[in-house]
Design a protein around this ligand. Structure first.
Ligand SMILES: Nc1ncnc2c1ncn2[C@@H]1O[C@H](COP(=O)(O)OP(=O)(O)OP(=O)(O)O)[C@@H](O)[C@H]1O
Length: 300
């Protein structure tokens, strides 16, 4: 009987505190080979700490990390893992090409340097010194270094943070080509549109815990946030707030905007109390709203 393929990432009961701050508070997570998973959460949610634990850069206080059934250290040594961190140091005197070559020289089975430069969109910048790069170009070098081991798993901590919109788009296109061969990706991001557009699974973190886990569609559906907008000339602001509360309700003259989990109910109440209501619009949640709703605990 053959053993089932091990998870690309398996986290069990993971905890990590810094003094009095609990950064990761009991995370259990299994990621199958080939999955593209976004770790999403507000500042301080524990994304970077989780990434560091996954990569074996710090040790958990409790719990375990396994990458392809091995310890992070073993998996990294075997060239199974490529990482792109927020603050990876650059050798300032080296050119981009030299940096990638240096990195390749310490790996057992590196991709050819020219191929890495090509894949990361750096072929034209190979002779540039690290000090002469823009923020977005520096991020591309960090991406190149993550590709060097030809990894099965790529872990990225806010990879597009210094990139403009066009560069972000190029980055994700390069990433898409790279993962087409069934590679696994875990990336932390603040950009909800990126999680929505690139990940097939979104894990939402808050206060070091997983608060939602599923496809972007699932994450949206579990909070089922709707925004109801309408012009209600026959209702005062006070009456709107009496009917619908203050949370997620904004009134601007006769225009109201109500964020709710019960779009139908709000619509019915609105029409019952304001027969003159017009320009009514009900829109579904984008991930941003789902995210706000879950992380503020204000889903209603
Ligand atoms: N080295 C450290 N020493 C002390 N506290 C830390 C350290 N690293 C992280 N923390 C704290 O742990 C918590 C989680 O931080 P972490 O950086 O993992 O969150 P994050 O989700 O990555 O946030 P961001 O989006 O701002 O990068 C925060 O309260 C943070 O202040």
């Amino acid at each position: 009987m053959t053993e089932p393929a091990p998870h690309a990432i398996r986290l069990t009961g993971l905890r990590k505190s810094y003094g009095p701050t609990t950064a990761v508070d009991g995370i259990d997570l299994e990621i199958a080979p080939g999955e593209i998973v976004a770790l999403l959460g507000p500042n301080g949610a524990g994304k970077s700490t989780t990434v560091d634990l996954v990569l074996g850069l710090s040790r958990p206080d409790a719990g375990t990390v396994a990458l392809f059934g091995r310890s992070p250290r073993d998996a990294v040594d075997a060239g199974l893992v490529g990482a792109m961190l927020q603050d990876g140091a650059m050798l300032e005197d080296a050119t981009v090409g030299e940096l990638v070559a240096l990195f390749a020289s310490v790996h057992r089975h590196p991709l050819p340097v020219a191929e890495v430069l090509e894949r990361a969109g750096l072929a034209e910048l190979a002779g540039r010194r690290a000090t002469e790069l823009s923020g977005g170009q520096t991020q591309r070098v960090r991406f190149a270094l993550a590709l060097v081991p030809d990894p099965d798993l790529v872990v990225l901590d806010e990879p597009t943070v210094a990139m403009d919109v066009a560069t972000r788009r190029e980055f994700w296109a390069a990433m898409r080509r790279f993962v087409a061969a069934g590679r696994t990706v875990l990336f932390a991001t603040h950009y909800l549109d990126e999680a929505d557009g690139f990940a097939d699974r979104v894990v939402l973190l808050r206060d070091g815990r997983v608060v939602a886990d599923g496809t972007p569609r699932h994450v949206k559906s579990i909070v089922a946030v709707r925004t109801v907008r309408a012009t209600v000339p026959d209702l005062s602001a006070a009456a709107v707030h009496t009917l619908f509360g203050d949370d997620g309700v904004t009134v601007d003259g006769a225009d109201v905007r109500i964020r709710t989990a019960d779009g139908d109910g709000v619509l019915r109440a609105l029409l019952a109390h304001s027969p003159g209501a017009h320009d009514i619009e009900v829109t579904g949640a984008d991930l941003e709203e789902a995210f706000l709703s879950i992380t503020e605990g204000s889903a209603r």
